[in-house]
Design a protein around this ligand. Structure first.
Ligand SMILES: [Zn+2]
Length: 183
């Protein structure tokens, strides 16, 4: 018992050391995906969590959202009722508007979203993806996300950033904005 505090801190140190190579590998994997232009590899499907990939190309930002359908739709099966069919159609229209995702910063223009609605076929889970291009006069320092307002079932965003300044990963909690500088 006398040693337990010491042992715990030693374990934490070891954990910290063990995690670093993992983070490094993850970053390399992300950057190679972004730069090779390969299709997005799905992250682990976890309800309440979605992934946002943000890559800069000069003063243009490429933004891709990938989310379990449940977060955005409230169900994850083929629509069974007229109401569910309408909700799915509505989701497609909603995600086609970049303003559903974020506030368009001053000096930027956004493309319409390229939306891939879930196929609802294989397995129990389905994902929705949407990608956007934000063309800016200068890269904004932060992005205010509107996703939180539109989708109350969404609690957490894993953001993979690939900017000229380097690659990083941020975890955003409900309501938080995305910082592109100063991280
Ligand atoms: Zn699911």
């Amino acid at each position: 018992m006398v040693n337990s505090g010491f042992t715990e801190s030693l374990v934490n140190q070891q954990r910290g050391i063990a995690l670093k190579p993992f983070i490094l590998i993850a970053c390399i994997a992300i950057s190679s995906q972004v730069y090779a232009g390969k299709p997005h590899q799905h992250a682990a499907h976890q309800h309440g969590v979605a992934t946002l990939d943000v890559a800069s190309d000069g003063t243009t930002l490429h933004i891709a959202l990938d989310s379990p359908a449940d977060n955005l739709l409230g169900f994850e099966h083929a629509p069974k009722t007229p109401a569910q069919k309408a909700e799915l159609e509505q989701l497609g229209k909603q995600l086609a508007r970049a303003t559903t995702l974020l506030d368009i910063p001053a000096g930027c223009t956004a493309s319409a979203g390229q939306v891939a609605l879930p196929a609802f076929g294989k397995g129990e889970h389905s994902d929705v993806s949407a990608s956007y291009t934000l063309s800016c006069q200068a890269l904004p320092e932060r992005l205010t996300l509107q996703l939180w307002q539109h989708y109350p079932r969404l609690n957490k965003l894993t953001v993979n950033l690939a900017l000229a300044s380097g690659q990083s990963r941020q975890t955003l909690r409900r309501g938080e904005a995305l910082a592109l500088k100063g991280k």
